[in-house]
Design a protein around this ligand. Structure first.
Ligand code: LRH
Ligand code: MN
Ligand code: MN
Length: 425
């Protein structure tokens, strides 16, 4: 075991004094504002974000990759890595699988291994954006939207296979992201491509277990650069509505054109009970897959503000929270620790918003007071609150510090070598 309860205990003992002082100052401040501090700590402590199986190796671009070694080469090793993260922060208790990048050969054994690390399986992802070796038809010109019925059938079958894997693992959602679209004006009939997609999704939806959700992800461009069949939340929402109650929209933060008001999209989708899941990351220009909170932490805070406004205290149960990032120059595990921390921070800050004051400011058309109310929450240093939640959960007070102190990456390199065998993007 690379990280033991003893490591956590010793680390937390060292952090204890400094933490106690900073937490009691913050708790006093929040208490003075009439906030239930214990409730806040519990909410943050129970928030879990799924780690994508495809983000555990070093990412890269189409121009190159610079692996740092110790990468997981099998699904079992990926589970081990998520287990490491979860042992450190107790906020990463789920794994999202991409199939066929990660095929669980013995699902029972894989599920049992995950359980050993206290992990469950979140949404399973299908992949009809790449051709696999043994596959009969090519997805070069689309999958669920393809003009040829045989190609569509193959893509539908793949999604049904993914559901089967997911059922065995205990997943409760299938995420469909389509690369389908066109690169040149005139290449594709927009209307027919969307209709065919809807028909294919209907075939998948029919086979979806009753307690599952079908999450439809959208993206404005890439890999197709003229049109995507599901380019935006409107199209995803339209499809989800046509399919039925268990079909919902998945919002990937990087899948918007620059300056899109994502928090407004979140508000409307959640109002309509059609917000099914999230792919957290951050973006400066496009689908950059940067560390969550690294570029626009205020936007993330505003998104959480809308989520809380929409769902109240129980909102965390209904939505699949996942990270979808890639790491060019960072240790993936360090990057994921930073992402989860940023998500927790945004959530905690949004919980601090004085909702009554905000409602008053809105009703009296006082934008200055509204901004002050939001800023008051956003500017609060919630790090002691997050630390308190981690300590209560028997996680490390400072996960990243313990990760480095224990030389986890060095140990992984020693165990697995420097050769990179990562799959995925
Ligand atoms: C597409 C995407 C989608 C895929 C993942 C690997 O850009 O966001 O979620 O499944 O990346
Ligand atoms: Mn995504
Ligand atoms: Mn993406």
């Amino acid at each position: 075991m690379i990280i033991t309860p003893q490591h956590i205990h010793e680390h937390n003992q060292k952090a204890k004094e400094e933490h106690a002082a900073s937490f009691s100052a913050l708790a006093g401040q929040l208490d003075g504002k009439g906030m239930a501090v214990e409730d806040l700590v519990n909410k943050v402590a129970s928030f879990q974000v799924a780690i994508p199986s495809w983000a555990l190796g070093t990412g890269g671009t189409r121009f190159g990759r610079f692996p740092m070694g110790g990468e997981p080469g099998s699904l079992e090793e990926k589970i081990e890595d998520v287990g490491l993260l979860h042992a450190l922060n107790r906020s990463s208790g789920a794994l999202s699988l991409h199939i066929p990048w990660d095929i669980p050969e013995d699902t029972k054994a894989v599920k049992a291994l995950a359980r050993e690390y206290d992990l469950v399986f979140d949404a399973v992802n299908s992949n009809t954006f790449q051709d696999q070796q043994e596959q009969e038809y090519s997805y070069k010109f689309g999958s669920l939207s393809h003009t040829d019925k045989a190609v569509r059938k193959q893509a539908v079958e793949h999604n049904l296979d993914v559901i089967r894997y997911g059922k065995e693992l205990g997943s409760k959602a299938l995420t469909v992201w389509l690369a389908d679209g066109s690169n040149f004006p005139g290449q594709q009939n927009f209307r027919k491509a969307l209709q065919r997609t809807q028909e294919s999704l209907e075939e998948i939806y029919e086979q979806l277990p009753d307690d599952w959700q079908l999450l439809i992800e959208y993206k404005p461009y890439e890999p197709n650069f003229y049109s995507m069949v599901i380019p935006d939340w409107g199209t995803s929402f339209l499809l989800a509505n046509k399919l039925g109650e268990n079909a919902r929209t998945l919002v990937d933060l990087g899948h918007h054109l620059p300056n899109t008001n994502i928090e407004q999209i979140v508000a409307i989708l959640s109002m309509e009970q059609k917000l099914g899941g999230f792919h957290f990351n951050d973006s400066k220009y496009g689908d950059d897959d940067l560390t969550t909170g690294a570029i626009k932490p205020y936007q993330l805070f505003l998104i959480f503000s809308e989520l809380i406004a929409g769902g109240g205290a129980g909102f965390t149960d209904q939505i699949a929270w996942m990270i979808d990032a890639s790491h060019n120059v960072k240790d993936p595990l360090e990057d994921l620790l930073q992402s989860v921390d940023a998500i927790n921070k945004a959530y905690a800050k949004a919980l601090l918003i004085d909702r009554e004051k905000l409602a008053e400011a809105r009703m009296s058309n006082d934008p200055v007071a509204a901004q002050e109310t939001l800023q008051d929450a956003f500017q609060t240093d919630v790090r002691p609150l997050l630390r308190e939640a981690r300590i209560a959960n028997k996680a490390a007070a400072a996960p990243l510090k313990l990760y480095r102190d224990l030389g986890v990456r060095k140990q992984l390199i020693k165990k697995r070598g420097t050769k990179s065998i990562a799959t995925g993007l």
